[in-house]
Write a protein that binds this ligand. Structure first.
Ligand SMILES: [Zn+2]
Length: 429
């Protein structure tokens, strides 16, 4: 800090040169939006501005890369520059570091990601996720990673994009998954994080199958209670209350219970058995392959854990992916109702509402006939998908959707914009 206070470097206190000549030319802000502009025109303007901002993001990345590439060793000078960038951009030091790292990665490679940023397909946030992921894969896998990463994050929300990249890295290097998981298990813990207004977060850092099982049990308890007469709590509140009851159920003193002002309000949580769905490739199960398993609600899990889960736990619903067997019932026009095996298949395939960017759990969604039953749509996997109530209704409001055999969905908005959503896991129907 003291060194910084001494002021400019040896080059002297001269005013820096004007940088505007090598910055992109910007048109002045819109003076006046014509009163007779149509919705189509205004939406086109929003899209054009979105592209302009993407181009500026790329330009900023190039400038940051130039700034950063001069700094080879981690020195006080580096940190000063980093802090300056954080301050200018109004972001945390960690966020500035992420931005710088992505800028450098983009300068050195990832030409296609750069292209996608430039034409406005990928926002900067998603580019950072891809750039961070690219650093975790072996150099010879970077090209394959990039192609797949772009496909996976296009049209996904930022949370979903992060999940998918994490899963992609695990898929590319499954051989390291078991090892990494073993090491990380030792870090499990329960921590508390204070929140505002008398609230706090309780974090449980757990192996994924246990975490998913706990969340599933709480969700089931919540759904069961939700249907009861006079119950006004929403699903989230019920899930939280069920967790409190389960974790505090065995208080030694009745008085403690009273201090906490609680009675057992989610009495049936204890009776609810969690369901953990894991998809395991047959060859992995037979120990002849190291392809990862897929834990519903989480993503890929290491082959060792997948084998263990499949071998035990009576509550476990097992699905073995075997290209040779056709386990999914195709009932065509015979029934409108979706039979349970097909329902389970769809839950595994979709996991969430299939509208772009929606993350509503499939448990809380409707199963929609993509081509309506009334229009001769069939009750088959290639004509059914999970949609939450809100997005289910959009189909009556000008949105159209096409579902492909492999579960990929193509949405078109009332104004003609297209988005694609991918299934959570590719399952052979
Ligand atoms: Zn939805």
């Amino acid at each position: 800090m003291a060194a910084d206070a001494e002021g400019p470097h040896e080059s002297g206190p001269a005013r820096p040169r004007d940088v505007t000549p090598w910055l992109p030319e910007l048109v002045p802000p819109a003076q006046r939006i014509p009163g007779d502009a149509t919705d189509f025109e205004l939406l086109d303007a929003v899209e054009a501005l979105h592209r302009t901002r993407a181009r500026l993001d790329l330009h900023r990345a190039d400038v940051l890369a130039a700034l950063w590439s001069r700094r080879r060793v981690h020195s006080a000078d580096d940190e000063a520059a980093l802090r300056e960038v954080a301050m200018i951009s109004g972001v945390s030091l960690t966020a500035a570091e992420r931005m710088l790292a992505a800028s450098l990665t983009l300068k050195q490679g990832l030409a296609d990601t750069r292209e996608q940023l430039l034409d406005g397909t990928l926002p900067w946030s998603h580019v950072e996720v891809i750039a961070a992921g690219a650093k975790l894969v072996e150099p010879e896998d970077v090209d394959r990673f990039e192609q797949e990463a772009i496909r996976l994050v296009t049209g996904a929300g930022i949370g979903q994009a992060k999940d998918r990249i994490r899963q992609l890295i695990d898929r590319l290097h499954p051989e390291q998954m078991t090892e990494r998981h073993e090491a990380e298990r030792a870090e499990r813990d329960v921590t508390i994080e204070p929140g505002a207004n008398g609230m706090a977060w309780l974090h449980l850092y757990l192996p994924a199958p246990e975490a998913v099982a706990i969340h599933d049990r709480l969700t089931r308890a919540a759904i069961a209670l939700h249907g009861e007469e006079g119950e006004t709590r929403c699903i989230g509140q019920l899930r939280a209350d069920a967790a409190i009851d389960l974790l505090l159920a065995v208080l030694p003193e009745a008085t403690d219970w009273e201090v906490l002002d609680r009675s057992r309000r989610t009495w049936n949580s204890l009776d609810i058995v969690p369901q953990v769905h894991v998809t395991v490739p047959v060859l992995t199960l037979l120990d002849r392959s190291d392809e990862p398993g897929h834990l519903r609600g989480y993503g890929p899990i290491d082959p060792e854990t997948a084998r263990r889960l499949t071998a035990q736990a009576p509550s476990l619903y097992r699905v073995l992916v075997d290209p040779g067997t056709n386990t999914v019932v195709q009932v065509g026009r015979e029934h409108y109702e979706v039979p349970p095996p097909l329902r389970r298949f769809l839950q595994l395939r979709d996991e969430r509402c299939r509208f772009p960017g929606c993350s509503r759990n499939a448990n809380l969604c409707d199963i929609d006939h993509t081509i309506p039953w009334a229009w001769n749509g069939e009750t088959n996997a290639d004509n059914l998908a999970h949609l939450c109530r809100v997005h289910h209704r959009l189909k009556e409001r000008g949105w159209s959707v096409v579902l492909e055999d492999d579960g990929v969905m193509h949405w078109t908005s009332p104004f003609g914009r297209r988005r694609t959503t991918l299934p959570a896991v590719a399952l052979a129907a």
